[in-house]
Write a protein that binds this ligand. Structure first.
Ligand code: ATP
Ligand code: MG
Length: 451
């Protein structure tokens, strides 16, 4: 009897076709822009000693208290699938002995994260984040640059009109102590109106109430005191400098004194890029300054700032904006008769060597192979019959408008580029022209010297 078909585990999803292209485009764009800003990419393990997160994120955070995928491995060690990557990057800085060398260190990462959440649109149990961290920089210019990089990535993706940057400060230690006391006083007065969960937070971590999504709490939070009334002069000065630098970078923002961020490690700058296009999952990118995290990992004080963004949420914005990158249109190579197959493979490989996306159907007569070409959305076909091959010619057919020309094989790339429907051929032709105009690339030049 046939087995029942298996489904992906709850809250996980496959990335196929257009969805993968969006996903890949988000990560590649982020990687490219982060490189422009001087970030280097790190990859840390997907699972870590559980203490990396329990120490780093704080026991009362939602992530640590409710969302972690933790288990004992076969050796009895408690390990956790990473719910985020800032703690792992800080752990890596310490474990690799990089806390003294060459700071600030600017790190980019991309990869899967795991949180046990209730799945819904834009919220999954395995999701993906891109993120950057500047490790070992106490200056407000670092905060502004980190935010500018995040903004630049969204601009490059073409989604920046759908998001708004909201910023706040969480102040320094003394500011936060004063704020915490004011919050406790306020929420204690309204204790009965708080959700049960927030009543428990009142003792342990009153700041967390400000971040609550419970509608009962939200009403109270609207009237709660803000940190702005409790900032020390130094903290207020830092915040003012961040805003000044943001203006210099040309990044528009809105101040929102209610942003506290969900994790324990933040101080000074906190920010989120929010959108109204994704329903309840409105935050696409979030981050801020954290000054104690590297110490929690056993390193020296290392003031740092960074953000993480959800790749799935950015992809949803691409989809909503009709910004899905198109799949490349291949050239279909069509041998007519068996004798033409070997020369056809020759042409196929020569096109691929030039960077042209090209395919050959594995079997079938000319008609079948033409049908296959249409199935794979080929932009053009190169038809190789015995007559053509004898003359060193091929027929190039534009599959968009049906027009066709006989061209010498030596002119094939130009003819494919001129169809205007095969982007990789146009690019390859451009590269050839540039090479002829400006001489060979570095590699060839080196070869030349050796000769
Ligand atoms: P939320 O308030 O939506 O739960 P968060 O504050 O828990 O977000 P962060 O820990 O700041 O999120 O993570 C940064 C980004 O990662 C979020 O802004 C979001 O885009 C994305 N993200 C977080 N959790 C998920 C998830 N379960 N599924 C998909 N994306 C997520
Ligand atoms: Mg969350």
């Amino acid at each position: 009897m046939a087995q029942a078909p298996l489904q992906p585990a709850r809250g996980t999803h496959d990335l196929i076709g257009a969805e993968f292209r969006r996903h890949h485009h988000v990560i590649e764009t982020a990687r490219r822009i982060a490189t422009l800003y001087g970030f280097e990419e790190w990859a840390t393990p997907i699972f870590e000693d559980t203490r990396v997160f329990s120490r780093g994120l704080g026991d009362t955070s939602d992530v640590v208290s409710k969302e972690m995928y933790s288990f004992e491995d076969r050796g009895g060690e408690s390990v956790t699938l990473r719910p985020e990557n800032t703690a792992g990057v800080c752990r890596a800085l310490v474990s690799n002995g990089l806390t003294q060398a060459n700071l600030p260190r600017k790190v980019f990462y991309a990869g899967p994260m795991f949180r046990y959440e209730r799945p819904q649109k834009g919220r999954y149990r395995q999701f993906h984040q891109i993120g950057i961290e500047v490790l070992g920089a106490a200056e407000p210019l670092a905060d502004a640059e980190v935010i500018a990089c995040g903004w630049h990535i969204q601009q490059e993706l073409g989604i920046e009109e759908g998001t708004v940057l909201e910023i706040n400060t969480l102040g320094d230690g003394p500011s936060r102590d004063a704020y915490r006391a004011a919050l406790v006083a306020y929420f204690t007065r309204h204790r009965d109106a708080l959700s049960a969960e927030s009543q428990a937070r009142l003792e342990k971590n009153p700041l967390r109430i400000v971040d609550s999504k419970d509608p009962k709490d939200r009403a109270l939070v609207a009237g709660a005191p803000t940190i702005l009334e409790h900032l020390t002069e130094e903290a207020a000065g830092f915040y003012a400098a961040v805003k000044r630098h943001l203006a210099a970078f040309g990044v528009p923002f809105r101040e929102n004194p209610r942003i506290v961020r969900g994790l324990d490690y933040y101080s000074h700058t906190a920010f989120e890029f929010v959108t109204d296009r994704l329903g309840a999952q409105g935050t696409v990118m979030g981050g801020g300054r954290y000054n104690g995290l590297v110490e929690e990992m056993g390193g020296p004080p290392t003031p740092s700032v960074g953000w993480a963004a959800g790749v799935e949420r950015l992809s949803l914005l691409l989809e909503a904006g009709d910004l899905t990158p198109p799949a490349p249109r291949p050239v279909a190579i069509i041998p007519v008769g068996e004798a033409a197959e070997a020369p056809a493979i020759n042409v196929l490989q020569s096109l691929r060597e030039h960077g042209v996306v090209a395919e050959i159907a594995y079997k079938g007569n000319t008609k079948r192979r033409m049908e296959r070409a249409n199935k794979v959305s080929a932009g053009a076909a190169v038809i190789l019959g015995d007559d053509e091959l004898a003359d060193g010619m091929a027929v190039v057919k534009n599959l968009e408008d049906g027009s066709q020309h006989r061209v010498p094989l030596t002119d094939l790339l130009r003819a494919l580029a001129e169809t205007g429907v095969v982007e990789s051929a146009a690019q390859a032709m451009l590269n050839l022209v540039l090479e002829e105009e400006f001489g060979a690339g570095d590699e060839d030049a080196e070869d030349g010297e050796q000769r």
